[in-house]
Ligand binder design. Sequence first.
Ligand code: AMP
Length: 506
Amino acid sequence: MPNENLYTVLSKHFPPAPAAPCLILTDDRIWTYADVERASGRIANLIVALGLKPGDRVAVQVEKSAEALVLYLATLRAGMVFLPLNPAYQRHELEYFLGDAKPGLFVCRPQMRALADEVASKSGVPHVLELNDAGHGSLIDAAASHADTFRTVTRQDNDLAAILYTSGTTGRSKGAMLTHGNLAANAKTLHAYWHFQPGDVLLHMLPIFHVHGLFVACNTTLLNGSAMLWEPRFEAKCAMQLLPRATVMMGVPTYYVRLLLESGFGKETCRNVRLFISGSAPLLKETFDEFRSRTGHTILERYGMTEGGMFASNPYAGERRGGTVGFPLPGTAVRIVGAGGTAVPPGEIGGIQVCGANVFVGYWQMPEKTAEEFTADGFFKTGDMGAWDADGYVVISGRSKDLIITGGLNVYPKEIEEMIDALPGVAESAVIGLPHADFGEAVTAVVVRQRNAAGAALTESGIIAAVKAELANFKVPKHVFIVDNLPRNAMGKVQKNLLRDEYSGK
Ligand code: AMP
């Protein structure tokens, strides 16, 4: 039987030249592909020596470093299941994740060690090792005495490779189970669709505890056997310095907004880049347009989620249409359905469902939840709402849980947000529904002012009047709050749940 371990799939494309770079660090230190192979071999040997068996979870809560990526690859090689956790998580979250996933090994930052030991012993996790932000610690020390060579454990397509917990903004966070086959399928599709080619250099500034930075960015590049400029986090000035050395950049929309705030950012900075990709949150049309006029580059926006990687993408060669996420990717079936489960015609909003080799196999230890989220014919209900445009591009209109029902009528926040965003002095906005005695929910807008005279002149009544002139009365916000910033998570997503908590009852 062939070995379908994702590492085996990727490593077939590792370049044979011993000096071929895989990671180029901030201080220009290079990790070659040969270094990555040896270091992952040592850690894989260590994990096996600890007594973990294929299928056991390896939970990892560390900052981004070369060693952190190597730990991911070592876990794959050893046949264990990689479970990355946001370093921001504290006691309450850790207790839930370790208690739920019961990993055989937990790798933590040294500053979290006392807490990690306590939670690990409560949850029955037998081993805790450390990896600090510079890539040192007891994990690396313990691996040092192990052999460099490791025969990658044979796995089949349907064996688990990773569990990624969803951000859980409503209810309990769920562990999305992804197989070797899921990850390999998406990496191959993206590699081809985005025309990855020898010599590409990816500017990697995303976190690696999330699908975007770990799977979309790393798996695709590793499958290409090319290099990544490996930065611990996004910082606009640093991105500007590195972009001339890059051919591809992947980012969340906030990265592009921040780059545009840099006065020196323009064509010259992007002279060697062939592709800018955006995702994980909606890219404002305004950002898309300004980026094109400043740099000459049309950002390629794509759409996906933890539960299956990428589902749709704007084309590489054809028209990249702002405000859309493009077409279903090869190998992923996308359908948009109305309340009765039947397909909606173009222009009509419905629930987005997906099916394909990349779509996850279920939520860890939640068979009922899993069954609820799949249709009888095997499509996953993404929880996103959207529509086809006249040419078959998918337009996302938000999460179904953000849909506002006021006086029995549906209001899609995006329609109102787009209208408010176009007003002079508005940087961006978030429209939410707040409990209301009469209407069930009241449409409410939280509006970020621009830092200029037009922004200072914004008023609640002015914004309400402007929307009233254009839209049906039931869509007009009952209240408008004018603020300086919206709360966002690490992936640049606006946290509407926090806004709902903050403004309820105000
Ligand atoms: P996550 O699982 O954290 O990657 O979040 C996935 C969710 O992010 C999706 O279900 C969408 O709601 C949202 N998302 C991802 N990409 C886009 C995009 N290009 N435009 C709008 N929303 C997006």
